[in-house]
Design a protein around this ligand. Structure first.
Ligand code: ADP
Ligand code: MG
Length: 326
């Protein structure tokens, strides 16, 4: 990196960050050729990587403090979806210039979300090029207890860990197509920029949920992954899909559509046997039952009369597949 210099940059903004301090499970953090993670006996390492590109995943004009939170939250959400306990993450940063103002904001945002998620920054890579951010997260969980997409069984209930659609409703604000006004818009923007990965819920679902994932590409599209991996049908009851006041205020008649297909939600969707519901309720985590699992294939949206009203389009796919929306 020109200007600041690669090593000075790493030292000043990342190695010195509070989230890079010594942490449980991290035997060696930033500074050597590899970080070393120490897992308790009987635990498996959960790993997920996530790349975000300026102009594709986030606008070129952005607040780096918010951007860092969003990028780390999106990656950490995959740990939540597996029921993993957070350990650490690496950051591979490609920057066009070493702008200290941008870096200061970015490092502060990273630290904010890292501490909220209890993830230690354990290493990374810093190069020059078009702005591109890769985060790889590491978590641990007792061997064999990961929440997979493949365990849903007919008769299970389909639940979500929170309302969907708000991040999608924030897009016109994020893209500068509309000026934010009032508390509702502030809530939509917060949902887009600073989603809170449901790590505690994910861990509480171990041994209770039969299948789980995090909703990043839209509720219908992501439920399709559970249906496919589990070889079942998922029936979503349109009347049970929660719509927040902020979503309804911003999206009006399109609120349900955004809640079903919007994307960027980072809440968990999971299936659970009815017998496990009391234990789940006793865990104290909020959740919404939105449907059920049946014999068959695919995801079906049902109206109150039980009629199939599934829309044609699915979620967002980068390389098409015939059903991209954006
Ligand atoms: P190497 O050349 O061996 O890959 P680097 O010189 O790229 O190592 O990085 C030196 C140390 O700084 C390594 O421990 C690496 O993990 C860490 N590091 C590099 N970039 C970042 C970053 N953006 N955030 C956190 N740690 C970083
Ligand atoms: Mg390197």
């Amino acid at each position: 990196m020109a200007g600041l210099g690669e090593f000075a940059l790493i030292r000043q903004f990342f190695a010195a960050a509070a989230c890079a301090a010594p942490a449980a499970g991290v035997a060696r953090g930033i500074g050597d050729d590899c970080a070393l993670l120490q897992l308790p006996p009987g635990e498996q390492l959960a790993v997920s990587t996530d790349t975000q590109v300026a102009g594709v995943h986030f606008p070129a004009q952005h607040d780096p403090f918010l951007l860092a939170q969003r990028v780390l939250a999106a990656a950490a959400s995959d740990l939540a979806a597996m029921g993993a306990a957070p350990l650490g993450f690496t950051l591979a940063l490609t920057l066009p210039v070493a702008d200290p103002v941008w870096l200061e904001g970015f490092a502060r945002g990273l630290d904010t979300m890292a501490r909220a998620c209890q993830l230690a920054l354990i290493g990374g890579d810093t190069t020059r090029g078009p702005l591109n951010i890769n985060v790889t997260v590491f978590g641990s969980l007792p061997a064999g207890q990961a929440l997979l997409r493949s365990g849903a069984r007919p008769g299970d209930l389909l639940c979500i860990g929170g309302p969907t659609g708000e991040a999608a409703a924030a897009l016109p604000l994020v893209l500068g197509e509309r000026e934010p006004r009032g508390a509702a818009d502030a809530q939509l923007l917060a949902q887009y920029w600073t989603p809170q990965p449901q790590l505690a819920l994910g861990q509480a679902l171990r041994g209770l949920a039969s299948a789980a994932l995090d909703v990043s590409d839209g509720l219908l599209a992501d439920c399709g992954h559970i249906a496919e991996e589990s070889q079942v049908a998922l029936l979503i009851d349109a009347a049970l899909v929660p719509l927040t006041g902020a979503l309804q205020e911003a999206a009006g008649e399109r609120a349900l559509q955004l809640a079903l297909s919007g994307g960027d939600d980072y809440v968990l969707a999971f299936t659970v046997a009815p017998a496990a519901l009391p234990a789940l309720a006793a865990s104290g985590h909020a959740f919404h039952v939105v449907g059920r699992v049946a014999e068959g294939r695919g995801v079906h949206l049902l109206d109150p009369a039980g009629r199939d009203i599934t829309p044609a389009a699915g979620g967002y796919q980068h390389f098409g597949g015939g059903d991209e929306q954006a």
